[in-house]
Structures are given as structure tokens and as C-alpha cells.
Design a protein around this ligand. Sequence first.
Ligand SMILES: [Fe+2]
Length: 375
Amino acid sequence: MARGGFAEVRIPHQKSKDGFLFPTVISPNSAVGFDLSLLAESIREQKPWLEALLRSSGAILLRDFPVKTASDFNEVVEAFGYEEFPYVGGSAPRTNVVGRVFTSNESPPDQKIQFHHEMSRVPEFPSKLFFFCEVAPQSGGETPIVLSHLVYERMKERFPEFVERLEEHGLIYTRILKTEDDLSSPIGRGWKSTFFTQDKSTAEERAARLGMKLEWMEDGVRTVMGPLPAIKFDKMRGRKIWFNSVVPSYTIQNDTLNDPEKTTTFGDGTPLPSNIINECRKILDEECVAIPWQKGDVLLLDNLAVLHSRRPSNPPRRILASLSNIIDECLKIMDKECVAITWQKGDVLLLDNLAALHSRRPSKPPRRIPASLCK
Ligand SMILES: [Fe+2]
């Protein structure tokens, strides 16, 4: 199907699922010469169609569009108009590149990252994820994706009692974080980055808001989260999903701080059966789609429908990411009612946090706005 300069295309590696292709792949209609501003305008115009595709397939790959740099990617993300989602409580070491664009995970690319829904270990998570291939790996380094409800259905069929226990008790996630980031581990984010602060009491407040308990240690902190649901219900699609981190927890590499068998337990504190977790890992691998990255690719995932992972590769590889939340009527009202004053150097803005909400509009560097919170 073609729409406003966009054309759905077929590429190798796509899988056919329930009458649609996974993921949906969209390229320029051959009659249209795209530049970046036309691409952004077309995304805004065709957003209802793109969202309908995302609802059906759970993932859209934009390929062969003129998206060359992190700033270009930021414009594409902005064109979709979703609210930015802050990465508070996430575990991957990442840094801001430009606007709302971050490195995806700075751990060494030769390490595999197991399938996960983004931020499934905390109660609030992004609804959508964007990835962008700035530098394609020569081989490997794919970001495989898998439909979460298929994993649930296969696990339920094969291990019904285990899945029933998961649904009944949920999961408790326990993890020790160092103080600073450890770039040798895909989950090596230290507590200062995790909670965006240097101050322990602020970290405690932010953790408490997520429902997470902190136990301070000599060089780090033990975090305890849960019980959290291990199986969620995707209301929009009317199906159960495998929204948990049991497989990454059991197979994490280069993490000497955490014992895999203790990092995740049933919600009643009993250990998980490692043989079943291993079988789950095989099901994820069997059901997944792994499309080799091409420079300029933009991949949009619905974080409730799709799990993602990372295959190992050798440098160079640079995949950038951006997390978004669903925009709704409330956000439109906020946009209409807000005041946005252009910053001048030296400005100090004092807000009553009970009276005013605040946000940030995208900009190009340099921009530096330090903040301070008071009781
Ligand atoms: Fe991720």
C-alpha cells in the first residue's frame, strides 16, 4: 500500500504473522524525492495511517529516507509528536547526543543483550521506542524483535503451571548498582545516573516514587523492586504479553555484582526454575526477526507489543535511541495552555511544583540549564 509518498515494501527477513508482515517496512514512493523537511511533514500528515500500521504489526522500519545524522533522527522523532519519556530507573548506560536522542547502550558491542521490553523492571515505561542506525555494523549487531503475545502463548502452552505462578505472584527484581556507570556491562548504569542525582536522599525519593526500595552499600546500592506483574494485558490489542525481564536476568554477562539466580524471583520470594528460563530464551530466538541494519534506518517499536534485543558485533556500530510516551488529549491541552519564554543567559526560574507543570522543547547544543530541587 502507498500513502502520501510512503510505500509499504517487502524485504528479506520479514515474517508473516496473523495476516500482516512483521515488521512493517516503509520506503519512499519512487515518484517522490524526499528531503528531511518533506519527510517530517509527511510523517505529521500520515500519522493516523502510520499509527494504524503500528497497531497491527507492532513495529515499523523506515528505510531509504534521507536521515543521516542524530539531529535528522531527532527531527523524525519530533515529527511523530509523542511526549518524551525520561529514562529514570532504566539500567542501560547511555548518554544524551542531541535533543531527545541518546546512545542506545554503551556496553561493548561484542556482548549480546537479551530480549526485553524497555524498562519492564519499573512500573512506568515508555510506550514507544525509536532506534536509528547512524553507523551500520559490517556484520551482526542486529536489533532482533519479537511479538510479545506469541512468547506468552507459547510459554503458556508449554509451561502452564509456571506461567500461572508468574501471573499469580509476579516478580521481584533485586539488583546491586555501583555508584558510577560501568560501561563494560549492558546493565551497568550506576545509581547516580539511574536517578539523575549525586544525592542519596534525592535518589531515595525518586526510587520511592517508582516503588523501589534502596539499601545503601559501601560502593553502591541494592535496589529491590516489586512484586511487579510479569504478564501484562495489552488493552489496545486485547491480548496478554510477556512483559518481564526473566531471561536477561538469568543470562547477563560481565556482572560480577549480581547472582543471576537471586536477581529475579517469584513475587513470594521463591527462585525461578532456570531450565524453563532457558527454554523461554529458545522460544524468543525462534520467533524473532533480525533485519541487518542499514545506515539511515529508523525503527519504531510499540513497547507493549514487541520485545527487542541486540546481537553482538565488532565496532564500528552506532545505534541511537529515543523513548516516547503516548500523546493524548491532555497533552494537546497542555501545549495550548502553556507559556514558553526564550531563555536568556543568567535567567533564574523558580517554580511552585504544586502549581505549575514544566517541560523542555528540543534545541541544538549548546544548552545548559542546571536545576535545584527544594523541599
Ligand atoms: Fe533496550
